[in-house]
Design a protein. Structure first.
Length: 95
């Protein structure tokens, strides 16, 4: 099984299987992060991942998710419009 080496904040250098990693890729594809739980001390960790690291992890078969950052201008405009037109702004936030 394919293994990769990374660092745990508490234990130092550790080896993980690809099943022990989760890759999060930003929607532009140029950066992201990978996370894991250290098999030695159960510490949860997250590390930044640039394009090269993303490509290597994808090539080894690491599970990934694409993360969509932020909200759109249309969503902001709709929210502001709802606040301005509502008699009870809290009702808009809860809906």
């Amino acid at each position: 099984m394919t293994r990769t080496r990374t660092n745990c904040y508490a234990c130092g250098v550790i080896n993980l299987t690809i099943d022990e990693l989760l890759l999060e890729i930003h929607e532009d594809g140029s950066s992201g992060s990978y996370s894991f739980t250290c098999p030695n001390c159960d510490t949860d960790a997250s590390r930044p991942a640039g394009h090269r690291v993303i490509m290597v992890l994808l090539a080894t078969g690491v599970e990934y998710v694409v993360v969509v950052d932020g909200i759109t201008e249309d969503e902001i405009a709709a929210f502001v419009n709802g606040l301005e037109s509502a008699k009870d702004p809290i009702r808009v936030i809860n809906s």
